[in-house]
Design a protein around this ligand. Structure first.
Ligand code: CTP
Ligand code: MG
Length: 381
């Protein structure tokens, strides 16, 4: 879709209590600003300008690692200044739609984006709004009056405008006043703002208790997926075999294009399988001379970084090596530690088992070694 986005993340999050500013806190293991940027990118944004405090410019690369089509600029003292800094950095044409979004609303989705862009077709702005469910009181300790909630709505973000129109509206806004959203600026400039049905999921994380609720919501938006990998390599001449990233002296070697580490190959296929990303042969063709004699840990690392680019992480891995010899047990703990390092999980989440086939079949005749691996991963829904 042809729209740009500005994500404002330069606030200090005072109402959220002690700790990092909101955008940098983790939700489901991921910085909140990343949730918002990912939501807009998967909604089809062609460019996202992320507005951050000056001292966070270094951190934003890490928080948004692996994502594309974004850049960061420095924000201002107020939200309105931050929004204007973001607008100034947009590369889109005057007439292009822009969605201005609070980083502190992490659960934005493509469906929200589509509704807002449709609303913008008929107005100068479109904003998500929700009815006010509670009775409203004015007062300070004691109630002065009950305020009618007739015709009152809560405004959320993202808010949609056209770039040129919104910039012009901000230029006309009196510097003595402080708008609380962008629609207010457009309204003051005489623009028509369409009210689109909002969504409780677009809530803004503001107070400490909001983060507990958000953590539960985040968990419900992730799923567990499982992948299976199987590999076998033939014995040949040699005096060493590589298994699960460990060098083991043996009276035979394993034949393969790379280092023939059947354990790591099975694991790599299991990770790729869990995210539907094909198999090891597709990513590292045996015909490619680059992988001749290659150490297989780079295959597994690649699969894990692909998983990370899907927003996922490994939960656990279970490998079974099937051979009569070499004996695996003496090496099991080192193997587990090495795999844990490659998968970036605690060693307790990794299991390495071994079995013989009681002399039966190709493993029983010691013609080769087989490995099977099952990996569970967690990814966004
Ligand atoms: N924001 C910003 N620049 C500012 C102030 C706010 O970019 N000078 C951003 C915040 O990072 C947030 C959004 O505007 O994503 C909405 O503001 P708010 O919820 O008020 O966040 P904070 O200002 O960070 O929090 P608080 O008001 O509690 O200090
Ligand atoms: Mg604020």
């Amino acid at each position: 879709m042809n729209f740009s986005a500005v994500v404002v993340a330069a606030g200090s999050g005072l109402r959220a209590g002690p700790g990092e500013p909101k955008a940098w806190r983790l939700l489901g293991g991921k910085p909140i600003v990343r949730w918002s940027v990912e939501g807009l990118l998967s909604g089809g944004a062609r460019e996202v300008v992320v507005v951050v405090a000056r001292d966070r410019l270094g951190q934003v690369d890490e928080a948004l690692a692996g994502l594309e089509r974004w850049k960061a600029v420095t924000g201002g003292r107020t939200r309105a200044e931050s929004v204007q800094a973001g607008l100034a950095a947009l590369s889109g044409a005057r007439n292009q739609p822009v969605l201005v979004h609070d980083a502190a609303r992490p659960f934005v989705t493509r469906a929200h984006v589509e509704r807002l862009l449709a609303g913008l077709e008929v107005a100068d702005g479109a904003i998500p709004t929700l009815p006010v469910p509670d009775t409203l009181k004015r007062g300070e300790g004691l109630v002065d009056e009950t305020v009618s909630r007739d015709g009152l709505w809560r405004a959320q973000t993202p808010q949609a405008f056209r770039i040129g129109r919104l910039k012009a509206a901000y230029r006309r806004w009196p510097t003595s006043e402080e708008p609380t959203d962008d629609a207010a600026v457009m309204e003051r400039a005489g623009g028509q703002v369409a009210m689109i049905p909002g969504d409780p999921m677009l809530m803004k994380l503001t107070f400490p208790e909001d983060f507990l609720l958000a953590e539960q919501l985040a968990a419900s938006r992730r799923i567990v997926r499982t992948g299976l990998g199987i590999d076998a390599h033939r014995f040949g001449q040699g005096d060493v075999v590589w298994l699960c990233g460990i060098r083991i002296e043996h009276d035979l070697g394993l034949i393969g294009h790379s280092d023939a580490d059947a354990g790591l190959h099975a694991l790599t296929d299991a990770v790729l399988g869990a995210i539907g990303e094909g198999d090891i042969g597709e990513h590292f063709p045996p015909s490619d001379p680059r992988w001749r004699g290659a150490s297989s840990d780079q295959f597994l690392r690649h699969a894990v970084s692909l998983l990370a680019s899907h927003g996922g992480r490994v939960l656990n891995a279970d490998v079974t090596l099937i051979c009569e010899r070499p004996k695996i047990r003496p090496h099991r703990d080192v193997m587990r530690a090495r795999i844990a390092e490659l998968l970036d999980v605690p060693v307790q989440r990794v299991s390495v088992k071994a079995t013989t086939t009681e002399g039966m079949g190709f493993t029983g005749r010691e013609e080769g070694i087989m490995a099977q691996a099952v990996v569970s991963v967690e990814t966004p829904l």
